[in-house]
Design a binder for this molecule. Structure first.
Ligand SMILES: C[S@@+](CC[C@H](N)C(=O)[O-])C[C@H]1O[C@@H](n2cnc3c(N)ncnc32)[C@H](O)[C@@H]1O
Length: 349
């Protein structure tokens, strides 16, 4: 039998349940999500709030909320400086609605994130079959499910654009030529293009996405006064893309898909970019060496959701090459997103 593990501080023997605890705990991840959904950090603000007041303002049961907070405090989320009164500590501050990570919204169980978490209950099905859990759990493949549920699709678009610090990082992570025409393929609600257009007054843009998403993007850019330099095209990137762009961007799009579909999307970009355009692929987890844990987690998550996958730079090179592209440059952004700058194969720009 293996040596018995002991707690470093007390020297006491640890039970098997204590050793496995952090790996098998399914209570804490859900407790944090409930706190995010009830906006507890926003409600406490920079002061102290009693559990009774928090229950009242969040519409929760006081006894149940107190028990939730007690659990969270034990895990370092929120402080309890005096009995049944709570403050926001450094960890809980990540749950403020205006935090640039967009974490509160992403964890909100009433939004897309909640649906995504629920999909994880189908992991056994995925591992047994190799098929996404989404269809098993929700009765339709991921993109069909979104198409059939406009509120979920709108929440998905909002979630994709919520991580403003990562969007900003991508926008400053590429040297957009001053007068380029940038086509954002699968551009979502337009968060990246808004940043690019704002910072580059002579850049023009086209946002290409599914028609409903394109309509939301038009509103988003109009609210920021940027729609004058942007055209909007609704359609499928498995069909023809608008031609005439200088740069075709795919941010967080390729990892949604298996190799066959990803190859088709890249080929459509290569065809539209033609001899003089470039295709820029931006992904969060481009190198398994940077953070193997995050890479592996996101890789599994993409398989469960839509049958996608995370890829190494070498995987992207192979995919690009099969689609008629050559990776001309690879670099990381300040926050570690990977940017692959591709040109049509055999052409040097
Ligand atoms: C993960 S989101 C990324 C959005 C955005 N590029 C970003 O960085 O936040 C993938 C995008 O692909 C779009 N999409 C999915 N299937 C598509 C299709 N067949 N044709 C065009 N866009 C599609 C979705 O609507 C969504 O906006």
């Amino acid at each position: 039998m293996a040596d018995t593990a002991s707690d470093e501080g007390t020297g006491r023997e640890l039970s098997a349940w204590q050793i496995m605890g952090p790996l098998i705990d399914s209570v804490t991840p859900m407790a944090v999500r409930v706190a995010a959904t009830l906006r507890l950090a926003d409600l406490i603000g920079s002061g102290t709030a009693s559990v009774a007041d928090l229950a009242e303002s969040s519409g929760a049961d006081p006894d149940a909320l107190g028990r939730l907070l007690r659990h969270l405090v034990c895990h370092g989320v929120f402080d309890e400086p005096e009995p049944a009164r709570y403050t926001v500590n450094g960890t809980a501050a990540l749950l403020y609605s205006d935090h640039p990570s967009g974490m509160r919204f992403s964890l909100d169980l009433d939004e897309f994130g909640g649906r995504m978490d629920f999909a994880l209950t189908g992991m056994l099905h995925t591992v047994r079959t190799g098929k996404p859990a989404w269809e098993k759990v929700f009765g339709a493949p991921f993109w069909a499910d979104l198409a059939a549920n406009p509120a979920v699709a709108a929440s998905f678009d909002a979630t994709m654009g919520a991580e403003s610090e990562q969007v900003h990082d991508a926008a400053i992570g590429y040297a957009w030529p001053a007068r380029a025409h940038v086509v954002d393929v699968g551009g979502g609600k337009g968060a990246l293009l808004a940043e690019v257009l704002q910072a580059n007054p002579e850049v023009r843009a086209t946002l290409f996405d599914l028609p409903e998403t394109t309509a939301r993007a038009r509103e988003f850019l109009a609210e920021r006064g940027l729609d004058g330099r942007c055209t909007f095209a609704g359609g499928s990137f498995f069909d023809q893309l608008p031609t005439g762009g200088d740069i075709y961007v795919l941010r967080h799009v390729v990892h949604d898909w298996g190799d066959e579909e990803a190859g088709t999307i890249l080929r459509r970009c290569a065809e539209a970019a033609g001899d003089h355009g470039r295709v820029i692929v931006i992904e969060s987890h481009g190198t398994s060496g940077d953070d193997p844990g995050m890479f592996a987690e996101m890789d599994l998550r993409m398989l469960l959701i839509s049958g996608g996958r995370e890829r190494t730079v070498e995987d992207y090179r192979a995919l690009a090459s099969a689609a008629g592209l050559r990776v001309d440059d690879v670099h990381a952004t300040r926050r570690g997103q990977v940017v692959l700058d591709c040109v049509t194969a055999d052409i040097t720009h």
